[in-house]
Design a protein around this ligand. Sequence first.
Ligand SMILES: Cc1cc2nc3c(=O)[nH]c(=O)nc-3n(C[C@H](O)[C@H](O)[C@H](O)COP(=O)(O)OP(=O)(O)OC[C@H]3O[C@@H](n4cnc5c(N)ncnc54)[C@H](O)[C@@H]3O)c2cc1C
Length: 290
Amino acid sequence: MNILTPFEYFRPTTVDEALELLATKENAKIIAGGSDLMIQLKEKMIHPSNVIDITHIPELQEFKCEEGKGAVLGACVTDAFCEFSEELKAKFPAFSYAAGEIGGPQVREMGTIAGNLANSGPSAETPSSLICYDAQLVLAKKGSERTVDVKDFITGNRRNILEEGEMIKQIIIPEPDPNTKVKYSYVAMRRMMEIDIANMCIRVDLDGDTIKDARCVMGSVAIKPLISEKVPEVLRGTKLGDEEVILKAAEAAQSEVHPITDVRATAQYRVDVIGALVRRILRELAAENK
Ligand SMILES: Cc1cc2nc3c(=O)[nH]c(=O)nc-3n(C[C@H](O)[C@H](O)[C@H](O)COP(=O)(O)OP(=O)(O)OC[C@H]3O[C@@H](n4cnc5c(N)ncnc54)[C@H](O)[C@@H]3O)c2cc1C
Protein backbone atom coordinates (compact mmCIF):
# COMPACT_ATOMS: atom_id res chain seq x y z
CA MET A 1 0.00 0.00 0.00
CA ASN A 2 1.24 3.52 -0.77
CA ILE A 3 0.92 4.84 2.79
CA LEU A 4 4.09 6.76 3.64
CA THR A 5 6.18 5.75 6.64
CA PRO A 6 5.79 8.66 9.11
CA PHE A 7 8.50 11.34 9.17
CA GLU A 8 9.01 14.84 10.53
CA TYR A 9 8.72 17.56 7.87
CA PHE A 10 10.82 20.76 8.02
CA ARG A 11 10.63 23.82 5.80
CA PRO A 12 13.71 26.04 6.34
CA THR A 13 13.85 29.48 4.73
CA THR A 14 17.62 30.01 4.74
CA VAL A 15 20.57 27.83 3.68
CA ASP A 16 22.05 28.08 7.21
CA GLU A 17 18.80 26.82 8.70
CA ALA A 18 18.74 23.90 6.23
CA LEU A 19 22.37 23.00 7.00
CA GLU A 20 21.66 23.16 10.76
CA LEU A 21 18.74 20.75 10.28
CA LEU A 22 20.86 18.44 8.12
CA ALA A 23 23.57 18.45 10.81
CA THR A 24 21.26 17.78 13.74
CA LYS A 25 18.31 15.72 12.49
CA GLU A 26 19.05 12.01 12.23
CA ASN A 27 18.33 10.03 9.09
CA ALA A 28 17.32 13.18 7.20
CA LYS A 29 16.53 13.47 3.48
CA ILE A 30 16.29 16.62 1.40
CA ILE A 31 13.21 17.09 -0.75
CA ALA A 32 13.26 19.57 -3.66
CA GLY A 33 10.76 18.87 -6.46
CA GLY A 34 10.06 15.45 -4.96
CA SER A 35 9.66 13.84 -8.39
CA ASP A 36 12.19 11.14 -7.51
CA LEU A 37 11.93 11.23 -3.73
CA MET A 38 8.15 10.81 -3.45
CA ILE A 39 8.32 7.63 -5.57
CA GLN A 40 11.09 6.26 -3.36
CA LEU A 41 9.03 7.07 -0.23
CA LYS A 42 5.87 5.49 -1.65
CA GLU A 43 7.74 2.40 -2.81
CA LYS A 44 9.33 2.20 0.69
CA MET A 45 12.79 2.21 -0.90
CA ILE A 46 13.87 4.74 1.75
CA HIS A 47 12.68 5.41 5.31
CA PRO A 48 13.85 8.86 6.39
CA SER A 49 12.93 10.02 9.91
CA ASN A 50 13.16 13.66 8.81
CA VAL A 51 12.42 15.31 5.47
CA ILE A 52 13.83 18.78 4.82
CA ASP A 53 12.06 20.78 2.13
CA ILE A 54 14.52 23.24 0.57
CA THR A 55 12.13 24.86 -1.90
CA HIS A 56 11.27 27.82 0.37
CA ILE A 57 14.86 29.10 0.49
CA PRO A 58 15.05 32.15 -1.83
CA GLU A 59 18.86 31.85 -2.25
CA LEU A 60 18.44 28.41 -3.80
CA GLN A 61 16.04 29.76 -6.45
CA GLU A 62 18.62 32.25 -7.73
CA PHE A 63 19.94 32.11 -11.29
CA LYS A 64 22.72 34.19 -12.79
CA CYS A 65 24.12 34.13 -16.30
CA GLU A 66 26.61 36.90 -17.03
CA GLU A 67 28.44 37.54 -20.30
CA GLY A 68 31.89 35.98 -20.10
CA LYS A 69 31.22 34.42 -16.70
CA GLY A 70 28.92 31.49 -17.43
CA ALA A 71 25.93 30.51 -15.32
CA VAL A 72 25.26 29.85 -11.65
CA LEU A 73 22.11 27.92 -10.76
CA GLY A 74 20.81 27.68 -7.22
CA ALA A 75 19.91 24.13 -6.16
CA CYS A 76 16.17 24.73 -6.60
CA VAL A 77 16.32 26.00 -10.18
CA THR A 78 13.90 23.73 -12.00
CA ASP A 79 14.31 21.56 -15.07
CA ALA A 80 11.62 23.68 -16.81
CA PHE A 81 13.47 26.91 -16.06
CA CYS A 82 16.59 25.48 -17.75
CA GLU A 83 14.52 24.27 -20.69
CA PHE A 84 13.08 27.74 -21.37
CA SER A 85 15.84 30.15 -20.24
CA GLU A 86 16.93 32.13 -23.30
CA GLU A 87 20.39 32.62 -21.77
CA LEU A 88 20.91 28.90 -21.19
CA LYS A 89 19.53 28.05 -24.62
CA ALA A 90 22.05 30.44 -26.20
CA LYS A 91 25.13 29.59 -24.09
CA PHE A 92 24.54 25.95 -23.14
CA PRO A 93 22.13 24.55 -25.74
CA ALA A 94 22.96 20.89 -25.08
CA PHE A 95 22.23 21.26 -21.35
CA SER A 96 19.05 23.26 -21.91
CA TYR A 97 17.84 20.65 -24.39
CA ALA A 98 18.67 17.78 -22.01
CA ALA A 99 16.78 19.50 -19.17
CA GLY A 100 13.78 19.84 -21.49
CA GLU A 101 13.77 16.10 -22.21
CA ILE A 102 13.26 15.05 -18.56
CA GLY A 103 9.86 13.36 -18.05
CA GLY A 104 6.99 15.58 -19.17
CA PRO A 105 6.05 19.24 -18.54
CA GLN A 106 4.55 18.63 -15.07
CA VAL A 107 7.63 16.71 -13.91
CA ARG A 108 9.95 19.44 -15.23
CA GLU A 109 8.00 22.19 -13.42
CA MET A 110 8.63 20.39 -10.12
CA GLY A 111 12.00 18.70 -10.69
CA THR A 112 15.32 20.43 -10.16
CA ILE A 113 18.68 19.93 -11.86
CA ALA A 114 20.36 19.46 -8.46
CA GLY A 115 17.78 16.75 -7.69
CA ASN A 116 18.52 15.06 -11.03
CA LEU A 117 22.22 14.98 -10.12
CA ALA A 118 21.77 14.04 -6.44
CA ASN A 119 19.42 11.20 -7.35
CA SER A 120 22.35 9.88 -9.41
CA GLY A 121 20.32 7.49 -11.56
CA PRO A 122 22.36 5.84 -14.35
CA SER A 123 19.96 7.08 -17.05
CA ALA A 124 19.65 10.64 -15.72
CA GLU A 125 19.27 13.21 -18.46
CA THR A 126 21.52 16.09 -17.37
CA PRO A 127 24.89 14.77 -16.07
CA SER A 128 26.41 14.03 -19.50
CA SER A 129 25.91 17.57 -20.85
CA LEU A 130 27.00 19.18 -17.57
CA ILE A 131 30.20 17.10 -17.68
CA CYS A 132 30.81 18.21 -21.28
CA TYR A 133 30.45 21.85 -20.19
CA ASP A 134 32.95 21.31 -17.29
CA ALA A 135 30.24 22.14 -14.74
CA GLN A 136 30.99 22.21 -11.03
CA LEU A 137 28.90 21.84 -7.88
CA VAL A 138 29.14 23.84 -4.69
CA LEU A 139 28.47 21.37 -1.88
CA ALA A 140 27.67 22.82 1.54
CA LYS A 141 27.44 21.41 5.02
CA LYS A 142 27.31 23.18 8.39
CA GLY A 143 30.50 25.26 8.65
CA SER A 144 32.08 24.35 5.31
CA GLU A 145 31.76 24.41 1.55
CA ARG A 146 33.65 22.65 -1.24
CA THR A 147 33.54 22.84 -5.03
CA VAL A 148 33.70 19.62 -7.05
CA ASP A 149 33.53 18.77 -10.74
CA VAL A 150 30.26 17.16 -11.87
CA LYS A 151 32.39 14.44 -13.53
CA ASP A 152 33.58 13.34 -10.06
CA PHE A 153 30.20 13.64 -8.32
CA ILE A 154 28.33 10.46 -9.32
CA THR A 155 30.12 7.29 -8.22
CA GLY A 156 27.57 4.58 -8.99
CA ASN A 157 23.90 3.65 -9.27
CA ARG A 158 22.23 6.19 -6.94
CA ARG A 159 25.59 6.83 -5.30
CA ASN A 160 27.54 10.07 -5.13
CA ILE A 161 30.15 11.83 -3.03
CA LEU A 162 27.67 13.77 -0.86
CA GLU A 163 28.65 13.35 2.77
CA GLU A 164 26.31 13.08 5.75
CA GLY A 165 24.67 16.49 6.29
CA GLU A 166 25.87 17.84 2.93
CA MET A 167 23.76 19.33 0.15
CA ILE A 168 24.21 20.71 -3.36
CA LYS A 169 23.96 24.47 -3.01
CA GLN A 170 24.83 25.64 -6.52
CA ILE A 171 25.67 24.42 -9.99
CA ILE A 172 28.33 26.46 -11.80
CA ILE A 173 28.63 26.18 -15.59
CA PRO A 174 31.66 28.07 -16.92
CA GLU A 175 31.43 30.18 -20.06
CA PRO A 176 32.38 27.97 -23.00
CA ASP A 177 34.81 29.10 -25.68
CA PRO A 178 32.88 30.28 -28.79
CA ASN A 179 34.68 27.54 -30.78
CA THR A 180 33.41 24.82 -28.47
CA LYS A 181 30.28 23.02 -29.70
CA VAL A 182 28.29 20.61 -27.57
CA LYS A 183 25.39 18.39 -28.56
CA TYR A 184 23.16 16.01 -26.58
CA SER A 185 20.97 13.23 -27.94
CA TYR A 186 19.21 10.12 -26.66
CA VAL A 187 17.10 7.16 -27.69
CA ALA A 188 14.02 6.15 -25.70
CA MET A 189 10.92 4.05 -26.28
CA ARG A 190 8.63 7.06 -26.61
CA ARG A 191 8.87 10.84 -26.75
CA MET A 192 7.90 11.67 -23.17
CA MET A 193 7.68 10.23 -19.67
CA GLU A 194 10.29 7.65 -20.51
CA ILE A 195 13.66 6.59 -19.24
CA ASP A 196 16.45 6.68 -21.80
CA ILE A 197 17.70 3.47 -23.38
CA ALA A 198 20.95 5.38 -23.84
CA ASN A 199 21.96 9.02 -23.96
CA MET A 200 25.09 10.83 -25.05
CA CYS A 201 26.71 14.23 -25.14
CA ILE A 202 29.67 15.11 -27.36
CA ARG A 203 31.79 18.24 -27.13
CA VAL A 204 34.22 19.35 -29.81
CA ASP A 205 36.73 22.19 -29.45
CA LEU A 206 37.19 23.48 -32.97
CA ASP A 207 39.75 25.44 -34.95
CA GLY A 208 37.76 26.09 -38.13
CA ASP A 209 36.58 22.57 -38.95
CA THR A 210 39.52 20.82 -37.27
CA ILE A 211 38.78 19.12 -33.96
CA LYS A 212 41.45 20.24 -31.48
CA ASP A 213 39.94 18.27 -28.62
CA ALA A 214 36.77 16.35 -27.84
CA ARG A 215 34.78 14.73 -25.08
CA CYS A 216 32.08 12.08 -25.22
CA VAL A 217 29.93 11.17 -22.19
CA MET A 218 27.45 8.30 -22.31
CA GLY A 219 24.46 7.68 -20.03
CA SER A 220 22.37 4.60 -19.28
CA VAL A 221 25.12 2.21 -20.35
CA ALA A 222 26.99 1.91 -17.04
CA ILE A 223 26.36 2.51 -13.32
CA LYS A 224 27.42 6.14 -13.76
CA PRO A 225 28.05 8.51 -16.68
CA LEU A 226 30.76 6.91 -18.79
CA ILE A 227 33.43 9.29 -20.08
CA SER A 228 34.91 7.85 -23.27
CA GLU A 229 38.68 7.62 -23.54
CA LYS A 230 38.76 6.34 -27.12
CA VAL A 231 36.37 8.74 -28.90
CA PRO A 232 38.52 11.84 -28.19
CA GLU A 233 41.60 9.89 -29.38
CA VAL A 234 39.85 9.12 -32.68
CA LEU A 235 38.55 12.68 -33.15
CA ARG A 236 41.58 14.76 -32.14
CA GLY A 237 43.24 16.43 -35.15
CA THR A 238 40.57 15.31 -37.65
CA LYS A 239 38.09 17.33 -39.71
CA LEU A 240 34.59 17.57 -38.22
CA GLY A 241 32.23 15.69 -40.54
CA ASP A 242 34.81 13.29 -42.03
CA GLU A 243 32.59 10.25 -42.55
CA GLU A 244 35.41 7.74 -42.11
CA VAL A 245 36.33 9.29 -38.76
CA ILE A 246 32.67 9.36 -37.68
CA LEU A 247 32.36 5.62 -38.27
CA LYS A 248 35.61 4.96 -36.38
CA ALA A 249 34.44 7.11 -33.46
CA ALA A 250 31.16 5.18 -33.32
CA GLU A 251 33.04 1.86 -33.21
CA ALA A 252 35.37 3.23 -30.53
CA ALA A 253 32.44 4.22 -28.30
CA GLN A 254 30.77 0.85 -28.85
CA SER A 255 33.94 -0.97 -27.80
CA GLU A 256 33.90 0.85 -24.44
CA VAL A 257 30.36 0.09 -23.26
CA HIS A 258 29.19 -3.06 -21.49
CA PRO A 259 25.54 -2.25 -20.77
CA ILE A 260 22.94 -4.46 -19.14
CA THR A 261 19.77 -5.97 -20.58
CA ASP A 262 16.65 -4.68 -18.81
CA VAL A 263 12.96 -4.04 -19.52
CA ARG A 264 13.81 -1.16 -21.83
CA ALA A 265 16.43 -2.75 -24.10
CA THR A 266 18.83 -5.60 -24.54
CA ALA A 267 22.53 -5.02 -23.99
CA GLN A 268 23.18 -5.51 -27.72
CA TYR A 269 20.51 -2.96 -28.67
CA ARG A 270 22.12 -0.45 -26.31
CA VAL A 271 25.50 -1.04 -27.98
CA ASP A 272 23.84 -0.43 -31.38
CA VAL A 273 22.22 2.76 -30.03
CA ILE A 274 25.60 4.05 -28.81
CA GLY A 275 27.00 3.74 -32.34
CA ALA A 276 23.95 5.47 -33.78
CA LEU A 277 24.19 8.33 -31.25
CA VAL A 278 27.85 9.01 -32.07
CA ARG A 279 27.07 9.08 -35.80
CA ARG A 280 23.97 11.25 -35.32
CA ILE A 281 25.63 13.80 -33.03
CA LEU A 282 28.82 14.18 -35.08
CA ARG A 283 26.87 14.57 -38.33
CA GLU A 284 24.60 17.17 -36.73
CA LEU A 285 27.56 19.08 -35.29
CA ALA A 286 29.21 19.06 -38.73
CA ALA A 287 26.03 20.30 -40.44
CA GLU A 288 25.67 23.13 -37.91
CA ASN A 289 29.31 24.18 -38.37
CA LYS A 290 28.98 24.77 -42.13
C1 LIG B 1 7.12 10.48 -14.47
C2 LIG B 1 8.58 10.82 -14.29
C3 LIG B 1 9.41 10.85 -15.40
C4 LIG B 1 10.75 11.16 -15.26
N1 LIG B 1 11.54 11.18 -16.37
C5 LIG B 1 12.86 11.46 -16.24
C6 LIG B 1 13.70 11.50 -17.40
O1 LIG B 1 13.26 11.33 -18.53
N2 LIG B 1 15.02 11.76 -17.21
C7 LIG B 1 15.55 11.98 -15.96
O2 LIG B 1 16.75 12.22 -15.86
N3 LIG B 1 14.77 11.97 -14.87
C8 LIG B 1 13.46 11.70 -14.96
N4 LIG B 1 12.66 11.68 -13.84
C9 LIG B 1 13.27 11.89 -12.54
C10 LIG B 1 13.17 13.32 -11.95
O3 LIG B 1 12.09 14.03 -12.41
C11 LIG B 1 14.43 14.15 -12.10
O4 LIG B 1 15.55 13.42 -11.64
C12 LIG B 1 14.30 15.49 -11.31
O5 LIG B 1 15.11 16.45 -11.93
C13 LIG B 1 14.67 15.32 -9.85
O6 LIG B 1 14.57 16.56 -9.20
P1 LIG B 1 13.67 16.77 -7.90
O7 LIG B 1 13.89 18.18 -7.49
O8 LIG B 1 12.28 16.34 -8.11
O9 LIG B 1 14.40 15.77 -6.87
P2 LIG B 1 13.80 15.16 -5.53
O10 LIG B 1 12.88 14.05 -5.85
O11 LIG B 1 13.31 16.21 -4.62
O12 LIG B 1 15.16 14.57 -4.94
C14 LIG B 1 15.84 13.52 -5.60
C15 LIG B 1 17.04 13.09 -4.74
O13 LIG B 1 18.00 14.13 -4.67
C16 LIG B 1 18.19 14.59 -3.32
N5 LIG B 1 18.31 16.04 -3.42
C17 LIG B 1 17.45 16.91 -4.04
N6 LIG B 1 17.98 18.16 -4.02
C18 LIG B 1 19.16 18.07 -3.37
C19 LIG B 1 20.19 19.02 -3.04
N7 LIG B 1 20.10 20.31 -3.36
N8 LIG B 1 21.29 18.55 -2.39
C20 LIG B 1 21.42 17.26 -2.06
N9 LIG B 1 20.49 16.32 -2.34
C21 LIG B 1 19.38 16.72 -2.99
C22 LIG B 1 16.95 14.10 -2.55
O14 LIG B 1 17.24 13.88 -1.19
C23 LIG B 1 16.67 12.78 -3.28
O15 LIG B 1 17.54 11.79 -2.81
C24 LIG B 1 11.29 11.40 -13.96
C25 LIG B 1 10.44 11.38 -12.84
C26 LIG B 1 9.10 11.09 -12.99
C27 LIG B 1 8.21 11.08 -11.79
